[in-house]
Design a binder for this molecule. Structure first.
Ligand code: G3H
Ligand code: ZN
Length: 289
């Protein structure tokens, strides 16, 4: 499935699809297990760092297997920073790519993103762009600082019209890589961005956003919610626990199995919160959308 197909249904019906970052086979399995258990459409995404770690051919092959699940699965490049990586992902069968030009000036971001959209279209895939800046939790950010980085609705409308992106990542108060849920989203800005652009919006840095604020952001127009850190906490927490409880265990399956289950539990909890559970339609045994 492409991003466009999955997000159109979400935007129309007012729920969001979870986009989960995978770092190894166990993550992909845990994420897809959760989607099947929840009868939810799902986006499995790989960052350039994860691609460098796993190897593009491996992650693409695992993605092809994941796509045979009985729920809609999108295989997506997260935070693509150069065209060569985008092209390689499209050649390997990714159904969606993100180009993150948020560090560029507006005109250059428009120009490169428009090229990425054209490449995605010719491969039958979808494209996500980004405008505004979602910073990383390498330090504390004041509310005033975050506000200065936020996406301007008028500029966003121009960006979408000139690039043709299928979905737009926006800066609305979230911060990447937060280990606890403390951020509030500027929900009013989400509504204005949704009205101004007409495309489904993407929230990055969602692990650090409070549950209430996530739900409100979805209501206001966010249709794709990116989650990485919450899964990393679940995976490494369960793995460390397994190693501590069984210090003599050398069978990696006994240690990685609980970590995979922890990923599945964490992903399933987010799916329920985002309202995508039970939205897989006919592909998951007739669960109504
Ligand atoms: O692109 C990935 C996300 O924005 C994940 O952010 O690690 O804060 O959940 P997070
Ligand atoms: Zn992100």
């Amino acid at each position: 499935m492409t991003l466009r197909e999955v997000l159109q249904d979400a935007a129309r019906k007012g729920y969001a699809v979870g986009a989960f970052n995978a770092n190894n086979l166990e993550y992909v399995q845990g994420i897809v297990d959760a989607a099947e258990a929840e009868a939810a459409p799902v986006i499995v995404q790989a960052s350039p760092g994860a691609i460098a770690y796993m190897g593009l051919a491996y992650i693409a092959a695992v993605g092809q297997v994941a796509a045979r699940a009985n729920v809609p699965v999108v295989i997506h490049l997260d935070h693509g920073l150069d065209i060569a990586v985008v092209e390689r992902c499209l050649r390997e069968g990714f159904t969606s790519v993100m180009y993150d030009g948020s560090a560029l000036g507006f005109e250059e971001n428009v120009a490169v993103t428009a090229r990425v959209v054209a490449l995605a279209r010719s491969a039958g895939a979808s494209a996500e762009g980004e405008l505004g800046r979602v910073p990383a939790a390498d330090r504390e950010w004041t509310a005033a600082e975050l506000e200065r980085l936020m996406t301007d609705p008028e500029q966003a409308a121009e960006f979408v019209a000139r690039t043709g992106v299928d979905a737009l990542a926006v800066a609305v108060g979230s911060v990447h890589r937060m280990r606890r849920q403390a951020q509030q989203i500027d929900v009013e800005r989400v509504s204005r961005l949704r009205r101004a652009t007409g495309v489904p919006l993407v929230l990055h840095g969602s692990s650090g956003v409070t549950d209430d604020s996530l739900v409100a952001a979805v209501k206001a127009g966010v249709a794709k919610v990116n989650i990485a850190t919450a899964l990393n906490l679940a995976f490494t927490g369960a793995l460390s626990q397994a190693v501590r409880s069984h210090p003599d265990e050398i069978d990696p399956r006994k240690l990685l199995g609980p970590a995979r289950e922890a990923v599945a539990r964490a992903a399933a909890a987010k799916m329920r919160l985002l309202g995508c559970s039970g939205r897989a339609g006919g592909r998951a045994g007739g669960v109504a959308g």
